[in-house]
Design a protein around this ligand. Structure first.
Ligand SMILES: *[C@@H]1O[C@H](CO)[C@@H](O)[C@H](O)[C@H]1NC(C)=O
Ligand SMILES: *[C@@H]1O[C@H](CO)[C@@H](O)[C@H](O)[C@H]1NC(C)=O
Ligand SMILES: *[C@@H]1O[C@H](CO)[C@@H](O)[C@H](O)[C@H]1NC(C)=O
Ligand SMILES: *[C@@H]1O[C@H](CO)[C@@H](O)[C@H](O)[C@H]1NC(C)=O
Ligand SMILES: *[C@@H]1O[C@H](CO)[C@@H](O)[C@H](O)[C@H]1NC(C)=O
Ligand SMILES: *[C@@H]1O[C@H](CO)[C@@H](O)[C@H](O)[C@H]1NC(C)=O
Ligand SMILES: *[C@@H]1O[C@H](CO)[C@@H](O)[C@H](O)[C@H]1NC(C)=O
Length: 893
């Protein structure tokens, strides 16, 4: 009877998921979504140094190639930190907060007293060999000041900064000091037009607003000087490139977007026009940057950040951009890379024209005046007597004035993103170049997210492989800035709460040859006994590394597999623990050498990502179980269990049996490596009283559960349809329900998270908390395949026994009730989509059905730390032992 009900629950859940999946409004490029191979939680970060102070919002950083000091601008202070160890107490500080009077005026202007009415350091760069220059918002009245670098003090009274610095902390802004001239781009005052300026000394130049507005609500994210004059045969000038997102002007036939990403450029030697374009750039041109997946109609129009990668010559300069979708509620990021030559080609191409000052921009097909409008002064022009831009003919300048936009779009390398990732908003990145042992040069990207994670990725054949994701902060917070230092072998990350310094690589995290090679980290190689940092090795001839395929080289290395012996009683549920350190690996189990077929409902087996569950063990299930991690088509044995299932096994622990026949408890017999093996098994929690579990009560519980889940399903379905795109295929230890038919065909791409497709015919208890052990102790340190389970972890139900509890007579705990679906709090954007609303914890009811019980929001413990064993522990606590009880509810098994 109750079996029927439980299958009803199951059916309901399944149909709920199926219909939710059917309501999926988008085809999403699942096969392109790159999963980080290894997840390292905050508590497991190694070699990490932090700097924090009473100041907040560490947003600007300056570290020069040979410098020992890292300069950091925060809210109300600037710091000089020891770059080799930022946590050292040797930090020097310049306090610079706005005066109370200035803050009061800021409040009177109606500004936010929590964010805007402070002095946020927005600019900090070298001015000359002895001085730095900085600008702060100064409670909505920007000021700038020189810093004497050696003494680290302000060397003069602050000066007016209104033409150089934005007023608020969030306003898009980029600036450079080049030859002691400051080039800035921002929307300075609240209602002013955005502007690219060269400030003092004169001549100051700006962008034009009429009759054609050159910039439309531009939000600047970066700028770069490219010294194209170096080695130029044409006497070309240096150029400054600007990167921003602005309101779109052009309308193309295929699609239209309200905002588009752009690159603009100016010539450094520009001096403006004489009559036309007086005190305006004569060399301003802009073009659209495209970063899209056209086959899915995904256009990433919002440029969030750029990194300029200098090449051997200026012509080899590369621009890396992080792009997002225009839809604010959806988290997604793409990384595109542009070459300088692509950008130059666009500026050499046709212009756009706004014919009748309306909104229609079309390609200009008329005559183009000579010299070509918007070009820098070259030898050819000098030969014609045009030495400076003020000598340019009027018709050329008039043309420039009305034709700032190029028709050709700048396409990324390979015409597609290097990386696409749902559910992640990258905020900043930095790129390093490193030579692999194969002689090739690899680009390694470090990308910070809006939730304080750092992703390290390597580009292989035009695609990014994410080597690892590191949780930098316990509390989610956006990465504000990111810097690399080859000299210090460090990556520095600024955030609202502080600065973090991390080593560029942590090769020792990989504990086997396969692990080291699968990682495909150009910094790391296997030396025969350890995964070592290539840079630190004098003799590299024997090192093993395979970045291209991530599979070769370990065939002849020693690989020991630990065999553990276990004896259990017939009818017990046994969990054989096998955690995979890699999110890209899939588990494969063999029993006496042959693959365990089908972990289906009636097979008596169930796999989670951290173990195999033998349900109600039968004697014929005895044998040698081996767990393999399958990655890059290679099966790596991780652990073996010699399991003996007997009828006559005595109870494993000398616990006094109680007379309560309905009591049961579960013992995690093998704490994992991080718990001392001396540690006693976790005390059995108070168990529900038998009355609660009586058939009548169970009936009531099931009925209410069915009702609640029915309601939950409806809500879920609606929400799914609404924000279908952002169904988080979370890989950070969340349990997720996966619908039956995968709408997405398998793909050859090896980067895809295969876990998403596993067990597609049933719901799956899914954890990827491979870095949490069974006791909930997080240790992000990736575990050794052989060493992570010291005593052969498995779960076993011990019938009829329980620790006698002093609270025995207290009322039984109420059955856990599913809370109503919570909506994300207003502070957190909706972007994480369904992950916020999908119940994230499954609980096994009776038989084989898993039931959703809780939501991530309601979890007090970190949802990242759930593991199969932990969850099972709880499940088993709630479950009657079959041998000691008439089992009306287990008939469905
Ligand atoms: C920076 O820290 C390193 C290591 O702690 C130390 O050797 C060095 O002297 C420090 N430098 C300064 C300028 O304090
Ligand atoms: C900011 O303003 C709010 C409301 O006007 C007020 O409650 C709060 O105390 C102020 N905070 C500070 C730091 O002045
Ligand atoms: C650098 O600039 C500062 C501020 O203008 C000035 O006082 C100092 O003399 C300059 N140093 C050099 C070496 O030119
Ligand atoms: C332009 O350059 C030529 C040759 O370099 C020089 O003779 C002439 O004086 C320059 N004109 C101006 C206006 O600077
Ligand atoms: C590998 O590197 C480790 C640490 O540097 C060293 O102790 C070990 O001897 C090396 N093994 C071989 C075979 O070189
Ligand atoms: C590097 O190690 C290999 C193998 O051990 C050896 O044959 C070779 O001579 C070594 N090279 C150097 C430069 O030490
Ligand atoms: C498994 O254990 C049994 C006894 O418990 C033993 O007889 C058998 O040889 C073991 N098998 C392996 C493969 O270790």
């Amino acid at each position: 009877m109750q079996g029927a009900r439980s299958s009803a629950v199951r059916l309901l859940l399944l149909s709920c998921c199926v219909c939710a999946a059917a309501g999926y409004p988008f085809r999403t490029p699942l096969d392109l979504d790159v999963t980080p191979r290894v997840t390292v939680l905050n508590s497991g970060l190694q070699g990490c140094r932090r700097f924090q102070s009473s100041a907040a919002s560490y947003s600007t950083m300056l570290l020069e190639a040979d410098s020992e000091r890292l300069f950091v601008g925060a809210r109300g202070a600037v710091f000089a930190l020891n770059a080799s160890d930022i946590s050292a107490s040797s930090a020097l500080t310049i306090e610079w907060e706005a005066s109370p009077e200035q803050k009061r005026q800021c409040l009177l202007k109606g500004k936010d007293n929590k964010t805007e009415c402070f002095n946020h350091i927005r600019f900090l760069q070298r001015f000359n060999s002895t001085h730095l220059y900085m600008c702060g918002t100064h409670a909505f009245r920007p000021l700038c000041a020189y810093i004497n670098e050696e003494k680290f003090v302000m060397s003069s009274q602050p000066e007016e900064g209104r033409d150089k610095c934005p007023y608020g902390p969030m306003t898009g802004f980029t600036a450079l000091i080049i030859d002691q001239q400051m080039y800035t781009a921002s929307q300075y005052e609240f209602r002013s037009f955005p502007d690219i300026r060269r400030n003092s000394p004169s001549p100051t130049l700006k962008t034009e607003d009429a009759p054609t507005r050159w910039l439309n609500e531009a939000n600047f994210v970066g700028s770069a000087l490219v010294r194209e004059s170096l080695g130029s045969s044409t006497g070309d000038d240096d150029k400054i490139y600007y990167f921003f997102t602005e309101k779109s002007q052009e309308q193309t036939t295929t699609y239209s977007h309200s905002r588009v990403a752009r690159v603009a450029r100016i010539c450094k030697g520009d001096r403006g026009g004489r009559l036309t374009l007086q005190k305006r750039w004569t060399s301003f041109l802009k073009a659209r940057l495209t970063c899209s997946l056209p086959e899915y109609d995904f256009h990433f129009n919002m440029l969030r950040s750029v990194f300029v990668m200098p090449g051997l010559t200026p012509q080899d300069t590369l621009f890396y951009g992080i792009f997002g979708l225009e839809w604010k509620n959806v988290k997604a990021s793409a990384v595109c890379r542009f070459s300088l030559s692509e950008v130059q080609e666009a500026f050499q191409g046709p212009y756009m024209e706004n014919q009748d000052s309306g909104s229609k921009w079309k390609e200009y097909t008329g005559k183009i005046p000579d010299p070509r409008p918007g070009t820098c002064i070259t030898d050819a022009l000098r030969a014609r007597g045009i030495n400076v831009s003020t000598s340019l003919p009027d018709d050329v300048l008039n043309f420039v004035r009305r034709h700032p936009l190029m028709s050709r779009q700048v396409q990324p390398s390979d015409r597609r993103p290097l990386l696409f990732r749902r559910t992640t908003d990258y905020t900043h990145m930095a790129v390093d170049m490193i030579q692999g042992l194969d002689g090739r040069t690899y680009h390694v990207l470090y990308m910070g997210t809006d939730e304080g994670w750092l992703h390290k990725a390597v580009e292989i054949e035009g695609q990014l492989h994410i080597i690892e994701e590191l949780q930098l902060f316990e509390k989610p917070q956006p990465v504000n800035s990111l810097l690399l230092s080859a000299k210090q072998m460090s990556v520095y990350v600024g955030s609202p709460s502080g600065v973090v310094q991390l080593p560029l690589s942590s090769c020792h995290r990989y504990t086997s040859c396969y692990d080291c090679v699968f990682a495909r980290d150009p910094h790391c190689a296997w030396n025969g006994t350890q995964c070592v940092d290539v840079m630190a090795q004098a003799n590299r001839s024997t090192l093993i590394q395979d970045i291209q395929q991530g599979s070769r080289g370990c065939e002849n290395t020693q690989h020991d597999v630990v065999v553990r012996s276990r004896s259990v009683r017939v009818g017990d549920d046994v969990l054989l623990q096998c955690e995979l350190s890699s999110n890209l690996a899939t588990p494969l189990w063999t029993l006496d050498g042959s693959e365990l077929q089908g972990y289906g409902l009636n097979s008596g087996f169930r796999t989670g990502t951290d173990g195999l569950l033998i349900i109600e063990a039968r004697q014929d299930q005895s044998g040698l179980y081996t767990c393999f991690a399958v990655e890059n088509s290679i099966n790596v044995a991780i652990v073996s269990f010699n399991v003996t299932i007997r009828l006559d096994l005595p109870p494993p622990s000398p616990v006094e049996p109680t007379k309560e026949p309905y009591r049961f408890y579960a013992t995690l017999l093998a704490p994992t490596v991080h718990a001392s093996s001396e540690r006693p098994p976790p005390p059995a929690p108070l168990l529900p009283h038998s009355e609660l579990l009586s058939p009548r009560n169970m009936e009531a519980i099931y009925l209410s559960l069915i009702t609640i889940f029915g309601g939950l399903c409806v809500v879920l379905t609606v929400v799914l349809v609404y924000v279908g795109f952002c169904l988080r295929v979370g890989n950070r230890g969340k349990y997720s329900l996966r619908a039956a038919a995968s709408a997405y065909p398998n793909s050859k791409r090896h980067h895809r998270n295969r876990k998403q497709h596993r067990n597609s015919s049933q719901m799956e208890l899914k954890t990827i908390s491979s870095h949490c052990n069974g006791n909930g102790i997080c240790n992000g340190f990736s575990k050794q395949h052989n060493g992570n389970i010291q005593d052969g972890g498995f779960l076993q139900i011990v019938p009829g026994e329980a620790h006698s509890s002093p609270n025995k007579e207290s009322p039984p705990p109420a059955p856990p009730l599913p809370p109503t679906p919570q909506h994300p709090s207003p502070e957190c954007d909706f972007p994480s989509g369904l992950s916020a609303t999908l119940p994230s914890v499954l609980r096994r009811m009776n038989g084989n059905s898993y039931v959703l019980l809780r939501q991530s929001e309601s979890e007090s413990t970190s949802p990242l730390c759930y593991s199969f064993s932990e969850e099972l522990n709880r499940i088993l606590e709630k479950r009657k032992h079959t041998q000691l009880l008439p089992r009306p509810d287990e008939s469905s098994v």
